[in-house]
Design a protein around this ligand. Structure first.
Ligand code: ADP
Ligand code: XUL
Length: 541
């Protein structure tokens, strides 16, 4: 029997999953989540983010992530009951784009961590920058423009790196830091993303970045899967010396560092496998290792993604191409106003999740034309810098109407902005915390005109990380294993969970998509007033 561990260091929590594999016998042994705000209040985060006066700035604490990892490893050793000696490999998934700036002392210090003292007490001095910008940060508009100019325009940058410049991407964030604190930048010896930082802590040495997360930086040549000299030069000086190496997703970073072996009793030969981004890991965790289906993840962010055999970049500029952990590619669009926007509406109308679901059941598809543009925070897709919530034909005090409006807005926006992927969607794999809510998934099925399936494990990023550990362990031992074998028995949708689209509702949403697009155009680009369209729909339906 072999045990594999997958971690997910997400915006709001650290989760672990332990899976057991013995031939075709596969099962989940253990799963546990630590919420950052609740478990580590001393860091002062709210929903995993440090408070800041500027709504465009979003940062968190890398020490908090390190402390959560230490606590979780202790929990695994002392409380989980899993056979530690059987752990063969460990991998993980990290919130994408976030960056950790380490000084030159980090290498030596991490190689000699004393097992008698908690991790955080020893790594406090390794950070060139105390806080880490995360994916919710949208304060780098100027840097995006500068990088775009230097590389030769949006189209060229997208062709080169898989995306035009995005505020949350690591490259623009690095440029901002270099401009604001040149001494801090000079002091920085290595710049990790969240995933490679966490793998670094486990292995006690600088881990590589892999193409799943590397593609979220505006720094990697997407076709060649190596750092792009042109993009690096456009971003900040001497960047090539500060970035970790770039290697495939199944790279073994090294054995587990002695700290974890001596302090908690993990086996010395357990392999640390490169960590990847949460969306690339999710691609594995929902079994999308071949073409033809898509996944929608309803976590803190909402993402829609699918497998892609070649890097076909989005000509409209709203989507991304990332590396897939299989060595291929994936397409993705991301929305910042995901769970936190749904929670805002839920809380404004004093509901719990059951009340939220009841509101969905009590209101008609199409919401009688009532539209909400749910930009509680700045939005990534479409680009909205100044947070603003707009309503069309919808009363602010109408609780059920606002609940339906926020869910419909999110689903309709996903449908509109994913058209560039050119996938004829007939089947959606739903994942993330809110995918347990079948009333939300019903709206998804009707808007996307596709069947929606749920999974046994809702944290597909975490499961995908454990499956990647299993895959890399086999590759390292020169054993043949296909991705279909890797995901079999774990990442298959639950057949009985199928939610089918209703043709009548699909027709309503076809009309609503046009109205929603008109509302977006009105709010963002001064387009025509969409109210006449709403009145027309009301007359007919
Ligand atoms: P992340 O990994 O991005 O931190 P998760 O995928 O764990 O987030 O999702 C957590 C979110 O799931 C919570 O913030 C909450 O809004 C949402 N959630 C949990 N239960 C429900 C439910 N029954 N209905 C809708 N949303 C839910
Ligand atoms: C993807 C993105 C988010 C983060 C947070 O591009 O920004 O989905 O990975 O989970």
């Amino acid at each position: 029997m072999a045990v594999y561990l997958g971690f997910d260091s997400s915006t709001q929590s650290l989760t672990v999953i332990a899976i057991e594999v013995e031939g075709s016998r596969r099962r989940v042994l253990y799963t546990r989540s630590l919420n950052f705000d609740e478990m580590f209040p001393e860091y002062g985060t709210k929903n995993g983010v440090l408070p800041h006066d500027d709504p465009l700035v979003a940062r968190s604490s890398p020490k908090l992530w390190a402390q959560a990892l230490d606590t979780m490893m202790g929990t695994l050793a002392k409380e989980s009951g899993i056979p530690l000696a059987k752990v063969r490999a460990i991998s993980g998934s990290g919130q994408q784009h976030g960056s950790v700036f380490l000084d030159a002392s980090a290498g030596e210090i991490l190689a000699h961590i004393d097992p008698g003292t908690p991790l955080v007490a020893q790594v406090g001095g390794i950070f060139a920058r105390e806080t880490s910008p995360i994916w919710m940060d949208s304060s780098t508009r100027e840097e995006c423009e500068e990088i775009t100019q230097a590389v030769g325009g949006e189209g060229d940058l997208a062709l080169l790196t898989g995306s035009r410049a995005f505020e949350r991407f690591t490259g623009p964030q690095i440029r901002k830091y270099y401009k604001e604190d040149p001494d801090g930048y000079e002091r920085t010896d290595k710049i990790h993303v969240v995933s490679s930082f966490m793998a670094t802590l486990l292995a006690g040495r600088h881990a590589c970045i892999e193409p799943g997360d590397g593609a979220g930086m505006n720094l990697m040549d997407i076709a060649r899967r190596r750092w792009s000299a042109v993009a690096l030069q456009a971003t900040a000086p001497d960047l090539e010396t500060k970035l970790p190496e770039l290697h495939e997703s199944w790279t073994i970073v090294g054995p587990l560092a002695p700290y974890w072996v001596k302090r908690y009793g993990f086996p010395a030969k357990a392999k640390v496998v490169a960590w990847s981004g949460d969306n690339p890991c999710s691609l594995i965790g929902v079994g999308l290792v071949s073409q033809g289906r898509i996944a929608i993840s309803l976590g803190t962010s909402s993402t829609l993604f699918g497998f892609m055999p070649a890097p076909n970049v989005d000509p409209t500029g709203s989507g991304h191409v990332f590396g897939s952990p299989t060595g291929d590619y994936m397409s993705l669009i991301c929305f910042e106003n995901g769970s936190l926007a749904r929670e805002r509406v839920r809380d404004e109308h004093k509901l719990d999740w059951e009340g939220f679901s009841q509101a969905l059941r009590a209101t008609p598809p199409g919401n009688r034309g009532g539209i909400l543009l749910p930009w509680y925070r700045p939005e990534i897709t479409p680009t909205v810098h100044k947070p603003e919530v707009r309503r069309y034909g919808l009363d602010e005090r109408d609780g059920p109407g606002n609940v339906r409006a926020v869910v419909e807005a999110q689903m309709v926006s996903m449908a509109i902005h994913s058209a560039w992927m050119g996938v004829n969607v007939s089947c959606i794999h739903a994942t993330g915390g809110a995918a347990r809510n079948r009333d939300i998934l019903k709206v998804m099925a009707d808007v996307m005109n596709a069947e929606v399936y749920q999974f046994e494990v809702t944290n597909s990023a975490c499961l995908g990380a454990a499956l990647r550990a299993y895959h890399a362990d086999h590759v390292a031992d020169r054993k043949k294993v296909s991705w279909e074998d890797v995901t079999a028995g774990f990442a298959e949708p639950v057949k009985s969970s199928r939610i089918a689209p209703d043709p009548g509702n699909v027709a309503v949403y076809e009309e609503l998509k046009k109205i929603y697009s008109a509302c977006e155009a009105h709010a963002l680009r001064g387009g025509d007033d969409p109210m006449p369209l709403i009145e027309e729909l009301r007359k007919r339906r």
